[in-house]
Design a protein around this ligand. Structure first.
Ligand code: FES
Ligand SMILES: [Fe+2]
Length: 349
């Protein structure tokens, strides 16, 4: 259950450097590669000759050649040539709208005529020299909505991430959930607490004392279909917290793009954008490593949760106040999915 008439992060440019990439997105098997002008192309991963995956082929001078019998496919999904064959009558394959922007490759897996690149969210941190970004990608065997739940309720940090960002004060601080236009926001503020290890490292990285009390915040912003930006940080206590002067705080944005693969698996693009010491590439690498380890801790919990849910589809789950962010996000998704289904079932006038 996912909307298809929307933009998802499909991959990153390093994944299509010298060979095609096959990736399933919202149930669609797609091949990504760079065409003749270096532009990204996204086609059905299905050779019209005998159905081989084109992603097992090669790309040379922007031409995608099927790895089975050498059919050459054009970026628009029309066959260009094949050894010893006339290809004029060969059927075309599907082309998917695709855009490279902000260091990501975005794909629209639904109805192509509805795709509008202006709907790709604006990522101010991705185009500013005052910000640095480091991130990675995980394949996770669970419904993408379980990951949304996970990120819209950070209570779990106390238990899943006890050695890095978790601390008991998260549990003790109330969580606030609200709607802001089309986005769901959950926030938590924890004042006058000692920073956990991840934030002590970040404070040191920014040249700040790390053994003093801090005010800590987490503000999670969900927008459809599955983009979650989390403002996180700590400031030396009593200096204004989230609004404190940059000289006494470390703050960043946890970046999450969650792309459904099937109904029970997804691609998770995670990262952190920060606006302190953006030129410090060693710091970017250290934060990336720490974050990668932390997010890997969620994997087992989510995958085993999915297995439980599949084994017991009849079980009703609880919805507590800490679950409000995920519940509201699902309502927005359900509305998108219903609208798509209604449009599909409406006969043309
Ligand atoms: S299956 Fe692709 S060329 Fe034969
Ligand atoms: Fe987590």
């Amino acid at each position: 259950m996912y909307p298809k008439n929307t933009w998802y992060v499909a991959c990153t440019p390093d994944e299509i450097l010298d060979k095609p990439l096959g990736r399933q997105i919202c149930g669609e098997k797609i091949v990504f590669y760079r065409g003749p002008e270096n532009q990204v192309a996204a086609l059905e991963d299905f050779c019209p000759h005998r159905g081989a995956p084109l992603s097992l082929g090669t790309v040379r001078d922007g031409q995608l050649t099927c790895g089975y019998h050498g059919l050459v496919m054009g970026c628009e999904g029309k066959v260009v040539s094949m050894p010893q064959q006339r290809v004029g009558g060969f059927p075309c394959i599907r082309r998917f709208p695709v855009v490279e922007r902000y260091g990501f490759i975005w794909v629209w897996p639904g109805e192509p005529s509805l795709a509008d690149a202006a709907q790709i969210p604006h990522l101010a941190w991705a185009v500013s020299p005052e910000w640095a970004y480091g991130g990675g990608r995980y394949h996770i065997n669970c419904d993408y909505r379980l990951m949304i739940d996970n990120l819209m309720d950070l209570t779990h940090e106390t238990y899943v991430h006890g050695s890095s960002i978790g601390q008991k004060e998260i549990d003790e601080a109330p969580v606030n959930t609200r709607l802001e236009g089309e986005s769901v926001v959950t926030s938590r503020f924890m004042n006058n607490i000692m920073p956990p290890p991840f934030w002590r490292q970040a404070l040191r990285g920014n040249g700040l004392a790390d053994d003093v009390p801090v005010d800590r915040w987490q503000i999670c912003h969900f927008t459809a279909p599955s983009h979650i930006m989390i403002e996180v940080g700590v400031a030396h206590a009593g200096q204004g917290g989230h609004a404190a002067d940059p000289s006494v705080k470390v703050s960043s944005i946890v970046v999450d793009f969650i792309t459904p693969e099937t109904t029970t698996s997804h691609w998770y693009f995670w990262g952190m954008a920060r606006n302190f010491k953006p030129e410090d590439t060693a710091l970017t690498a250290a934060i990336r490593e720490g974050q990668g380890n932390i997010f890997n801790e969620d994997r087992e919990m989510l995958e085993r949760q999915q297995m439980n849910l599949l084994a017991h589809p009849e079980r009703r789950l609880l919805m507590l106040n800490i679950d409000a962010g995920g519940v509201r996000a699902r309502r927005i998704l359900d509305a998108h999915i219903s609208a798509e289904n209604a449009a599909e079932n409406t006969p043309p006038a």
